[in-house]
Every structure is written in C-alpha cells, then in structure tokens.
Design a protein around this ligand. Structure first.
Ligand SMILES: Nc1ncnc2c1ncn2[C@@H]1O[C@H](COP(=O)(O)OP(=O)(O)O)[C@@H](O)[C@H]1O
Ligand SMILES: [Mg+2]
Length: 595
C-alpha cells in the first residue's frame, strides 16, 4: 500500500478527532508561550525605568492603586518583587498545564491506536502470522503507534503555530517596507523546494530503517522464546552475532537518514545566511542613498530573525514528519490487512452444535505451490470418536486447523450440522471446541485463571471440579499456593504432564461439544501418559472427538479411524468395537462411510 502524505494526514486527523478539544488546547498553549516569555523581563524593566529612573509607571499597574497614590522607591521595589513572583507563578502554572495536557493527549492517542492495532492483529488469520512472523507486528504495536503522538503534538502543533507567527511577521514587514519584505520572502521558494526534495528522499529511507529495526527485533523475540534450545546448542554467541548483523544494518540506515537530515539543515542554514547577506548588501546602499534610515534598517534586520525563526521550525518539523508518517503508514497497512478467515454478512448463530461434521471434497494449500490436503471427504456423527493417524507431515494437524476454522479450505466445504462452517458466527463457532494440543499453552498467571481461560467467570467450585476430572487436583493442592500458584511464563514452572493436565481441565470447564486432541500425550512418559489418558477418556464422553495419535490402543477405542498420508485420505476404517481393527477400505472420494 502506498498512500500520499495528504491522505495519511487526513486519516490521522480522523483518528484523532475524539481528542480535538485537547489538541486545540495544546495549540492555544503553544501560542501563549511567546507572550508569557515576553513578560519575564518586565519586573526588572520597572525597577530600572520607574524605580531608579523617573518614568511614570505603566497603566496596568497604576490601575490597581488609588488615583493620587504617591509611588515611593520602596513601593516600586515591592511592586517589582511581587511581579517577579506573579510572573513566575503564571509561567510555572503554564508549564504544568502544557506538560500534563501534552502527556494526557499524547498517551491517550497512542493507547487507543495500540488497542486498535492489537485488536486487529489478534483477529488476523494464522496464515497472515505464519507469513509475517510476530516480531514485526509487535514492533508496529509497540513502536510505530507512538508516531501519532510525535506527529500531532511534536510536529504539527509547532508547524501550525509557526505558520501563524510567520504570516503575522510577513504582514508587519510589508507594512514597514515592502521591498525589504520581498527580499525576505525570496528565501521561501528555495526552502520549499529543498524541503520537498529531502522529505521525498527521507520517506523512502525511513521506511527501510523501520523494516531493518523490526528485523533486528525479530531475532530478539525468536531467541527469547526458544532460549532453551539456544543454550543447549551453545548458540548464544552466534545469535548475538546474528542480532548484531541486523542491528548494524538498522544503524547504517539511521546514519543515512541522519546524513540526509544534516545536509538539509546545512542547506537551510546557508539559505538564511544568503538572505541576511542580501539584506546587508541592499540595506547598505539604501541607507547610503537616503532611501531608508539607519534605524529602519536595524529594525528590519531585527525582524529578519523573527521571520527566520518560525521558518526554521517549520522546515525542521516537516522533515521530522516523514519519520512519523512512515510509522503511521505501517500501522495503517496492518490495520487494513484483510482478515482471511471472514465472517459472512448475516452469520448464523450457533448455541451448541450436535457435532455432526462433514468434509466435502476439501483441499488445502498453505501456499500456492504445494497442496497439503487433497480431496478429503468424510462424515462423522454426533458423539463419534475419530482417530486420525498418519506419518508426520501427512496433514493431520492441518485437517484439525480446518475444522476449527483457523484456515479456510482452498476448495471444497466443511459442514457442521449440515451448514457450511463459513456461515456461522465466528465467535459462536469457536465456542464449540475444546482443544488439547501436544504442547500445552499456559499463560503467565495463576493455575486457576489458566483453567478458567475459556470461562473467565467460572466459580472456584467449577474450577476445582474441572481439575479433579483432569486428575490435576492432587498436584495442584501440593503446589505452594494451591490454585493461586503462578505458573511462570508459558507455564515453565510446571512439568509437561502437569501443564497437560491443566489444559485438560481447561477443556473440561469449557464443556464444548467437539473435542480436538492433537497428539496430547506424545511428549509424556508412559506413567504420566496413563494418568492423562484416564482423564482424557472422561473428557471424551458424549463429545464428538478428533484424536490424533500414534498409539494403537488409543486408536482402538475410536469408532472411526481416518488414515492420512501425504495429504490424502488413504483409508477410512470403521472400528466395530471388536478387538482387532476391522479394516474396511472405502473410497475417500465417495465420502460415505459404511457402518
Ligand atoms: N503454517 C504452515 N505453513 C506452510 N506449510 C505448513 C504449515 N504448517 C504445516 N505445513 C506443512 O503442511 C504439511 C502438513 O503438516 P501438518 O498438518 O502439521 O502435519 P502432521 O500434523 O500430520 O504432522 C507439512 O508438509 C508441513 O510442512
Ligand atoms: Mg501435527
């Protein structure tokens, strides 16, 4: 996606619209900065002019005193002292207000931007995250979003105030001497030209820098999430080097951007110098020929500084805007990313499915080149226990991912209770599944909260009941804080079997009609496995269950066995509850199972 600067700005303003009152407040405060700064020397001026000197006091002070009040030297000293304190009070109150206002508005803008993006990222399909990796999304949420604050508060607000000051100064200049005003303004076109060139260049380079930085961060993320493997293979040094290489590219990118910026400021500085030089040149001859008094020239040169000040601020900020805009564009790109697994316009609500599942000639490609599943057709009834077997890489997990609608089939359709699953309301549909995977996923919170993950307002009794059903209650009560024990990041404080039992308890409490078990015991020892199978057996009662496993005795308890090889359904075996598996080969294309 490539958006113009204008459309990016427009969209950002729309984004910031709810806070317009605060933003207006910030603009006003910025305007007040210069009058407040002008007040500061006032006390000293009064002391000198009216105390030591004999000038009459200015009207705004005499106003507060009786008409014929005689101002003694001491009273003027007191007035000066009071003024110093009063002005300091105003100045400091102003500082506090602008500080808090800036922080409040800025943080609120950023927080909402982050929330929006996080919300979107969670809902993007797994396919998107498979392709892009998580680190880049993290970088966008964590760093790129803050650009909205930099842009609106850090850059645009000073640009706006400077523009107004600039226009004011130019008008004043024209009333004094239009010829000189024209000379002053002659530096504006080259400045605009220069700013345009450099912002264009910067836009491209900033984009690269952000990509480089996010690449470097992806190394950090990858390493920290697989630290055990890194340590076990002694690859700390290698990973540090990999990080360094990426960070180095990012640093060089930053340096390049800095060069462009520095060059730009250099040129701007030289343009100012040229402007002043022009003045000296023309001014000298005008004063000599009597067209202008020396006083006028001095005044105009003093104004020159007042015009160049805001011009300088504008050009510098315009330059910095590019960095912010690049980040903001990255945020919008992610926000605009299509959700591949979409909900239809009028989704069907689903309270609790019967668990009748049918695949009709389903195929799936992770990418365009290789097909992972081809022409899968089968139908299972409510409460069936379906064993899925096949070599690694056969497509078993992929099949499951299609049932849960983590991905949509490339062709064919999946029906649940006779309705294409694409037509169900997504949140309703996902509510139908209890899932236990090979590697249990726990969150870094308490055991109780992990069990109640799918049912956040579950009562303590429900949590304990689920834990008992999952054979987890005994080990949990032995933990230091019982159900309130923290499990550590990804549950690392617990053993594999303990983690698996918690994830079974989690499935119990959700009490979903369809159960998905993807090799739930394959990373456990035999004794743990037996205990877990017992809990699993309880869990499977009365639910349509898909069970991926290599264990023959587990397969034996299944009513149907799907045998997958290389993405194709080799055979569908109906297990008639006899001791040996009664094999009945059926054509996987027909999709009808002979019972
Ligand atoms: N996210 C993915 N992106 C691309 N290819 C994938 C992805 N996940 C799995 N695959 C590929 O799809 C095939 C089937 O994988 P999978 O369903 O996990 O097999 P199984 O669970 O039977 O071991 C494998 O060849 C695997 O490399
Ligand atoms: Mg698998």
């Amino acid at each position: 996606m490539k958006e113009s600067t204008f459309s990016l700005l427009k969209r950002t303003f729309v984004q910031a619209r709810p806070y317009w009152a605060y933003i207006a407040g910030i603009f006003i405060c910025n305007f007040l900065a210069s009058p407040i700064a002008l007040l500061k020397p006032l006390a000293l001026k009064i002391l000198i002019d009216n105390g030591f000197g004999s000038r009459p006091l200015p009207g705004f002070i005499t106003y507060f005193f009786p008409v014929n009040y005689e101002f003694s030297f001491t009273s003027i000293v007191w007035i000066s002292v009071a003024l110093v304190l009063l002005i300091a009070l105003i100045d400091n109150i102003y500082t506090v207000i602008i500080w808090i206002l800036n922080t409040y508005t800025g943080e609120k803008l950023v927080r909402n931007f982050k929330y929006l993006l996080f919300n979107q990222v969670q809902r993007l399909s797994l396919a998107f995250h498979d392709r892009n990796g998580t680190a880049d999304s993290v970088y966008r949420i964590q760093y790129d979003t803050s650009a909205i604050r930099t842009l609106i508060i850090g850059n645009l607000s000073p640009i706006l105030t400077s523009c107004i000051t600039l226009v004011g100064m130019i008008v004043i200049m024209f009333t004094i001497n239009s010829r000189f005003a024209l000379i002053t303004c002659s530096i504006i076109p080259p400045m605009i030209f220069l700013t345009r060139i450099s912002t264009k260049k910067l836009k491209k380079d900033w984009k690269k820098v952000k990509e480089y930085e996010s690449n470097a961060m992806s190394v950090v993320q990858e390493v920290l999430t697989s630290l055990r493997v890194v340590k076990a293979f002694g690859q700390e040094e290698g990973e540090s080097n990999r990080f360094m290489a990426k960070a180095d590219i990012a640093m060089k990118g930053q340096l390049k951007v800095a060069w462009i910026g520095a060059l730009f400021y250099f040129c701007i500085g030289m343009i100012y110098a040229a402007g002043t030089a022009l003045f000296i040149y023309f001014g000298a001859s005008y004063v000599r020929s009597g067209e202008m008094t020396l006083g006028e020239l001095t005044m105009v040169i003093a104004y020159l500084g007042q015009i160049y000040g805001p011009l300088d601020k504008i050009s510098r900020n315009l330059n910095e805007v590019q960095s912010s805009l690049t980040s903001i564009e990255r945020v919008y790109t992610l926000l605009d990313e299509q959700r591949e697994v979409k909900e239809t316009a009028n989704p069907v609500h689903l309270a609790r499915t019967k668990g009748v599942i049918e695949f009709q000639n389903v195929g799936f490609y992770y990418n365009k080149e290789v097909s992972t599943l081809n022409n899968i057709s089968f139908k299972v009834q409510s409460g069936d226990r379906i064993g899925v077997m096949g070599s690694t890489g056969a497509g078993k997990s992929t099949l499951i991912n299609l049932i849960t609608r983590f991905y949509d089939p490339t062709y064919g359709q999946i029906l649940v209770d006779g309705i294409n699953i694409k037509n169900y309301k997504l949140s309703d549909y996902r509510q139908q599944f209890g899932i236990v995977l090979q590697e249990p996923v726990l969150f870094s919170t308490t055991i109780a909260e992990n069990i109640a993950y799918g049912l956040p307002n579950a009562s303590t009794e429900e949590i304990i009941a689920a834990a008992k059903m999952a054979n987890a209650h005994d080990f949990i009560t032995k933990c230091s804080d019982g159900y309130n024990t923290l499990v550590g990041e990804r549950g690392m404080n617990l053993s594999g079997g303990e983690r698996q039992r918690i994830s079974i308890a989690r499935a119990f409490i959700k009490n979903a009609p369809i159960l998905i078990l993807d090799e739930p015991t394959s990373s456990l020892d035999v004794k743990t496995e037996a205990q877990i199978m017992e809990a699993m057996e309880r869990l499977m009662q009365g639910r349509t269950t898909f069970l991926i496993t290599h264990r023959l005795d587990t397969l034996n308890s299944c009513s149907i066995i799907l045998h997958l090889e290389k993405g194709s359904l080799e055979e569908i075996i109906i297990n008639n509850n006899s001791d040996t598996l009664a094999k009945k080969k059926t054509s996987f294309l027909s999709g009808n199972i002979i019972r």
